[in-house]
Design a protein around this ligand. Structure first.
Ligand code: ADP
Ligand code: ZN
Length: 535
């Protein structure tokens, strides 16, 4: 990273050293600080751990020292706010927060300090900021000559419905620009896909802002996605072989699975703690504290865990269930290896995951347009899971960043076999069609493999032409075929009919023999990422 500060930014560099104790700026920080300190707007897209906080804290202090009033920081998470304020106070910066965790009296005291000019930075929850009471305070401050130094909007992707963390309160933040156009604004996020970026610009009226995009690559993270066979055993082998005694996070979709997996790991000699929103707050924060403080703890969690976690030496993030989107995958895996040392992002993935995620979308209460977005996002993630090419290339290209094969993902290290699956695809599609598009993958595999049984006979499927035509592949391989047919969009899961598979329009050319289908070969590979270590 470029570390030199441009001439004329000596005041910024001095503050960086004196207040924050950093010898130099990182990446685009110096440019961003200058843009905002000089009164311009900025949109900052920087990966987690990149150093976003400094991008508004430093210009806030610079402007304050030049005679301006305090800065306002909008942040969606109480825990994050409290950590930031505590850290700033340690550095001697006069920071405070206003959110629902304060009682009325403490909130009044903070507001008083704000009005008296006794604060440098005030962190505010978005709903509080948009309240009449707080807007009245802002009006009063802005009527003074010193005014407000700047508005920083942290986690700006929360304004986007396309983003993974939409918060309706964020929509109201457009009023900042309408009401206080003279105050510079800086919006920051670690989510950089083009749709989210566009929405942030539009909804926060940042058309005139300078946009700063940092690379999202996390070169020290090794991406590994394995075919799901026995997920817990695979996980246990992965932890024992590659990460004995290391701190890690295991993500599961449901609370029950979190509890069960944590218990199971404990029973197998791994120090594991559960974490999910269904637990009482005291236990949850105790588990979080132990994870932060002790060495070698594995937290098994729903995605509720991780926002606000600042543990640099997390050596692995494992997914037992598929995330909802590439952004989700990137955010969650991004909690590994913040210290820059080698770390693993490991996921086990199978047919049931695809079916389950599709089902969650289909059965959700959301409107059609939301479902379409969710479905497109899932497709992008399936593309990442199914690719035979470099995972990192795929991941970064999702965020609009071009790169070459990385040499540090499973597919680069051990290129997967691909095979001409046209024939198998046709058999599978025929089986779906001949059985009336009313059955799930398990039954269809039995039909293809010619496994007679009560259910098969009851439906007369043993008399179909497709019965037993799939003897050339085993169950595992057939599940892989169905999984990839779904991921490729040739087959869809019908959740009104209990997960029955149906053909899509896209399957017609394959059935007619007009299109070949290549698939990656499903193999029962060893669990691990570090296969190069010669195990
Ligand atoms: P983000 O909000 O982008 O996830 P933070 O602002 O929390 O990142 O910064 C991540 C870490 O990097 C923090 O520990 C911070 O002190 C450190 N950091 C930020 N800027 C610099 C810098 N210029 N030099 C050294 N360390 C820095
Ligand atoms: Zn790669």
């Amino acid at each position: 990273a470029q570390a030199s500060a441009p001439a004329g930014d000596t005041a910024a560099s001095a503050l960086l050293r004196e207040v924050f104790g950093h010898p130099a700026f990182r990446g685009a920080q110096a440019e961003i600080v200058r843009q905002v300190a000089e009164g311009g707007d900025a949109l900052v897209l920087m990966p987690t751990g990149g150093g976003k906080s400094l991008c508004y804290q430093l210009p806030a202090l610079l402007r304050r020292r030049a005679g301006s009033g305090p800065a306002i920081v909008v942040s969606p998470l109480i825990a994050l706010m409290q950590d930031q304020v505590a850290a700033l106070r340690q550095l001697g910066v006069r920071a405070a927060f206003l959110n629902s965790s304060l009682d009325a009296r403490a909130a009044r005291d903070t507001e008083r300090a704000f009005l008296d000019g006794a604060l440098d930075l005030l962190y505010v929850a978005p709903e509080r900021l948009a309240s009449d009471g707080f807007l009245a305070l802002l009006d009063r401050m802005c009527a003074e000559p010193a005014g407000i130094a700047l508005f920083a909007i942290d986690e700006a992707h929360c304004v986007s419905q396309w983003g993974h963390d939409f918060r309706p309160e964020y929509l109201q933040l457009s009023l900042l620009h309408e009401r206080y156009p003279q105050v510079p604004r800086i919006a920051l996020t670690a989510t950089a896909d083009p749709q989210t970026r566009q929405e942030i610009v539009e909804r926060l009226a940042l058309q005139d802002a300078r946009v700063f995009v940092s690379s999202f690559d996390r070169p020290n993270i090794r991406y590994v996605i394995v075919d799901k066979t026995e997920p817990r055993q695979q996980l246990l082998r992965f932890i024992r072989d590659e990460h004995p005694g290391d701190a890690g996070i295991v993500y599961c979709l449901s609370r029950r699975k979190v509890d069960e997996t944590a218990q199971w790991l404990e029973a197998h000699g791994i120090q594991a703690l559960p974490y999910h929103a269904g637990m009482d707050a005291a236990t949850r924060s105790a588990h979080q504290a132990r994870f932060q403080r002790d060495e070698g703890i594995v937290v098994v969690a729903t995605i509720a865990f991780g926002m606000g976690i600042d543990k640099p030496d997390v050596r692995f993030v494992a997914h037992l269930d598929l995330p909802k989107s590439v952004e989700g995958y990137y955010q969650e895996t991004g909690r590994a290896g913040r210290d820059g040392q080698p770390a693993d992002a490991w996921m086990t993935y199978g047919l049931a995951d695809v079916v389950q995620q599709r089902r969650l979308i289909d059965l959700s209460e959301a409107d059609e347009s939301f479902k379409r977005v969710a479905s497109a996002k899932l497709d992008a993630l399936l593309g990442l899971a199914e690719t035979a090419g470099c995972r990192r290339v795929r991941l970064l290209s999702y965020f609009g960043e071009a790169s070459g094969p990385c040499g540090n993902c499973d597919n680069c290290l051990v290129p997967p076999e691909t095979w001409d699956a046209t024939e198998a695809a046709r058999k599978a599609l025929s089986a779906i069609y001949r059985t009336g598009q009313r059955f799930g993958a398990v039954h269809l595999v039995d039909v293809l493999r010619g496994k007679a049984g009560e259910r098969i006979e009851r439906w007369g499927h043993d008399r179909l032409s497709v019965f037993g035509i799939g003897g050339d592949l085993d169950d595992f391989a057939w599940r892989g075929v169905f999984r990839q047919l779904i991921a490729l969009g040739l087959v869809q899961v019908d959740h009104d009919a209990h997960g029955a598979l149906r053909l899509t329009e896209a399957s017609r050319p394959v059935l007619r023999g007009e299109q070949t289908v290549w698939m990656r070969r499903s193999v029962k590979r060893p669990a691990g990422g570090r296969k190069t270590s010669g195990r």
